[in-house]
Design a protein around this ligand. Sequence first.
Ligand SMILES: Cc1ncc(COP(=O)(O)O)c(C=O)c1O
Length: 466
Amino acid sequence: MAATTPQTAPETNAGEPSDLQEQARRHLWMHFTPMGAYRESEVPILERGEGCYVFDVHGNRYLDGLSALFCVNAGHGRTELGEAAARQAAELGFYTNWTYAHPRSIELATRIAALAPGDLNRVFFTSGGSEAVESAWKLCRAFHKLNGEGQRTKIVARELAYHGTTLGALAATGITALRQPFEPLTPGAVHAPNTNSYRWPADRDPLWAADQIEHRIEFEGPETVAAVILEPVQNAGGCLPPQEGYFQRVREICDRHGVLLISDEVVCSWGRLGTWFGCQRYEYQPDLITTAKGLTSAYAPMGAVIASDRVAEPFMAEGKMFVHGLTFGGHPMAAAVAQANIDILEREGLNEHVQEKEPELRGMLEGLRELPIVGDVRGAGFFCAVELVKDQETKGTFSDEESERLLRGFLSGELYRQGLICRADDRGDPVIQLAPPLIADTEQFEEIDAVLRRVLIDAWDQIVSG
Ligand SMILES: Cc1ncc(COP(=O)(O)O)c(C=O)c1O
């Protein structure tokens, strides 16, 4: 692929690229983005998508190796998702799930309940992932209160895990730099180590990280803990998979202490790991699942909390309710899009495709270990990371300043210039994350390999030459 292959100019709704640059700089407040950097450089403006590719306003083509932030599982350009929304707009553009129901949210809740494991049968819709996490924590607190255990308010999350940005979800998020500007945070979120075993001592018990969760619960006082929240594969830190038996041990710990287990699957559901839900891949039964992103392949904003019958039951009793709501929860157009999206995932067998192709994607990334800058390769399904090191032998990592220079100063920009969108992240040690749309195949894997290899070799040359 030529990174900047000009395409035949498509028909779009966009204004002139130069006007858009000007307007973006003046008026758009981008998320997690140092806007000041765009005084000198161009705002990357993506205008069109097709399959695994997106195109910027200049017509340059990029392989979307990140599925637009782990979202577009079914790929870009799925007009049938827009058509589903249009049909729904003609029938009922909006009604809230606050007091009223409508057919699409009922049907979608029923379908999600059928796909979710065990007795996860009750679906509370939100507009996205942070709201799902926020709602799940509130639900756990209210559940314990209804059961006469109102002192159970705390949530145990893991260091470096990202659970969102609203104040409750942010308190669960274990990334210091994201928390500090907004302290004091919602009280009651505490943290335990994650499953990143790359630098563990060789003789460490493989279930050490699971046991650390129990240690934290006991330290806090089990009677004060409402829930444990974990991703099946932790995103921040670079796609950290669980050790064999990790979730089974955590389930036992939660049961022993009367604590609810939330599986935060905002990224790890809807085929990302080759299963509907990440907990199915690792064969554990959570009490709640939080999901968003791939539920609609992000063609409409939607999230959900899926609760077990046991968790929902006290709220269903006469005169009781979950005193919580969001105007847009279960939005009928988003629900119609979600149904059409699940139709695609089913019809095209995308879970099976991910299962079948995972070894090929992984094998390609493992091949990068021959480059001196590659320390570790990890992940599951179409959700993988390459950790970068200064020294493969010692696993020595970069200083903050080197990491800044390497990731933001070189890698992010260079990968993009060479036509690959992926994530260069240093919320833990520096990693490059890849999560292509679930339709990606050998052709895309080869493109990823070619670009990554070239750019990582250049990055190493820069490091060696100081
Ligand atoms: C595991 C996890 N939880 C929650 C969130 C927050 O979701 P949102 O950005 O939709 O609010 C994210 C976002 O990436 C996530 O990865």
